[in-house]
Design a protein. Structure first.
Length: 137
């Protein structure tokens, strides 16, 4: 994937997984402040996590079904682009409705990155790393 730049595929995937998880987990500690800033209850602000989580879950199912048709590097790049775009949209959201809507690209990006990076594991005599959905399991 990126060995020509001095990075192993494992390092690239780890960095992508870290970015995906950071995008998802950064909200929990600041949820009360987000609720106060947008003048909504904490439980209403918690819907932000629900939107990104539901979007990621549903998208991951579709990606697993269609993922064989798109190159892994392209899926990973699209996922990182969506994570960055969703994070930027979240940061500049002037109201809660737009902040809520910005969680959709975050969820899609999370699904793409996790669908590519997470299922890698050793298989076969050469210990090649192949996503499980490419093996049909």
């Amino acid at each position: 994937m990126s060995e020509r730049h001095g990075l192993t595929p494992s390092a690239v995937l780890f960095t992508c997984l870290f970015a995906a998880q950071a995008a998802l987990l950064v909200l929990s500690p600041i949820l009360p402040q987000v609720a106060a800033d947008f003048d909504v209850s904490t439980s209403t602000a918690a819907q932000l996590r629900s939107v990104s989580g539901i979007t990621a879950g549903l998208s991951a199912l579709m990606i697993a079904a269609k993922g064989k048709q798109i190159a892994l590097s392209r899926l990973l790049k699209m996922g990182l682009f969506l994570l960055a775009g969703g994070a930027l949209a979240s940061a500049i959201s002037p109201n809660f409705q737009l902040l809520l809507a910005s969680q959709v690209p975050l969820g899609l990006g999370l699904a793409l990155v996790l669908s590519v990076a997470w299922p890698h594991r050793k298989c076969g005599p050469r210990e090649k790393r192949v996503p499980s959905f490419f093996r049909g399991r």
